[in-house]
Design a protein around this ligand. Sequence first.
Ligand code: UGA
Length: 435
Amino acid sequence: MQILVVGTGYVGLVQAAGLVTLGHQVAAVDIDDEKVEKLKEGEIPFYEPGLKELVEGGLHTGKLTFHIGIEDALSGMPNPDVVFVCVPTPRRADGSCDLSSVFAVAKDVGSRIEKTILCVKSTVPPGSRPQLRERLNNDQISIASNPEFLREGSAVSDFMRPDRIVIGTENEEVAEVLEQVYQGIDAPILTMSVESAQIAKYAANTMLAARLSLVNEIANIADVFDASMADVKLVLETDPRIGKAFLRSGAGFGGSCFPKDVIALSDAARREGYESKLIDPVIEVNEKQAQRFVVMIEKRIGPLHGKRLAIWGLAFNKGTDDVRESPSLRLIPLLLERGAKIVAHDPKAALNAKKELGEAIEFAEDPIKMLDGKDALLVMTEWDEYRGVHWQQVASLLSAPVVFDGKSFLDADRLALAGLSVYGIGLCKEATNGL
Ligand code: UGA
C-alpha cells in the first residue's frame, strides 16, 4: 500500500519505519526541515532502541522516504491509500488539548488529496470529529482513529507485537483497509466507532496513571504505619484481578503522555457537563510524590544542606533519552533548594537533562567513579545497567552506604547483602552486614 505518515516524532517515525517492515511504501513528512534532512541521512533525532536500524533499512530499499511538507511527499505519491496523522497534541494552559497541528494537517490533506483515509494516531479528545470534518472540507476523505499504545523505550517492539490494534472508523470498508495495513502483525484487531477508539486511548492512559497514583498513595500510607510496600505488592500481584504490572511505587511517574492525556480527558468531560471526581487527583498525587521522596531522604540522612548526592537516571523511563516530566528532573530542583550538591549520570538522557538544568548540577560519564565520597546514591530511572552493578563496589565508594530507590526496581535483598541500606517510598531494607 501507499502510505503517508505526517509527523516524525516518537509516534510517527516508529509508525513509518514499522509500516515499511510490513511491506508498504511509506512517505514520511515533517515541517522541520533540519530534522527531515537528518532523517534522509538515517540520523534519528532521539534515542529509541531498534529504530535507527529500521529507518536505515527503509532508506536502503527506497521503501521509506522523507519529505518537508505534504506537497513534496505527494509529488512522489499522489494518491496515498491512507494518511496517518502523528503530530503533537500538547496540553494548553487551561488543560485542554491543542488540536491546531491536527487541524492544519486535515486542511492540507483535504485540499491536496482527492480521496483517501485520514487516520488519526495523535491522541485527540472525543467530540473533535466534526471540527476535523470541517477542516477537511472533502467528503471523499474518510476519518478514522487508530490510537497508539507505544511506550517510549520499547516503542519498536510495541509496534511489532502490540497487545491489540484499535481501529475506529465511520464505516466498515475503511476498517477493512486499515486491517490490511496491519496484515502481518499477530494481534487482535478491535474495530469500533471513532469516538470509542478516542475514549479507549484516554481510558488506557488514565487507568495506568490512576493505578500508579493509587499505588503511590498506598505506599505513602504504608510508610505512615511502617509497613512494607514490597510485601503489600506481593499480595496485590498474586490476585489475577489486579495483575502484576504497574505496581512499582516511588517518586512518581513521568513522560509527556500521562499528565497531558489524563487532564485532557477530564477537561473534555467537563466541557460536556460531566465533572469527574477521580481523574484530576491522579496528577495532583503524582506531582507531590517528588516532595515526599525528598522528605523521606531527609528522614534517613538528615538535612540536605552541603550533602553530596549521586543520582543515577535522568530519563523518565528506561530505554529513552526523553526527560519530559521526568521524576528525576522534578526532584533535582527540590534537592538543590535545600543546598545539596549533585552529580548525575544517565546512559542516554544526560544531554537532554543538561538543556533543562544547565550548570546547576555536575554530569558524570562513569556511574561508578562518581560515587566516590558521596553521602548517598539516588536511583531514579529503571535502566537495566543500574540493576546489575557490583553493589559491594558501590558500598565501598559511598561515604555512607545508603541507596534511595525512586522506582522500586532494585533487588533490595541483594543490596542489603552488599552492606547497603535501601530506602524508597514504602521501602526500607537495612544492610544485613557491616562490610
Ligand atoms: C504510556 C503508555 O504506557 C503507552 O501505552 C502509551 O502509548 C503512551 O504512554 C502514550 O500515550 O504515548 P510511556 O509514558 O512512554 O507510555 O511509558 P510507560 O512505560 O507507560 O511509563 C510511564 C511512567 O510510569 C514512567 O516514568 C515509568 O517509570 C513509570 N512507572 C511505570 C512507575 O513509576 N511504576 C511502574 O510500576 C511502572
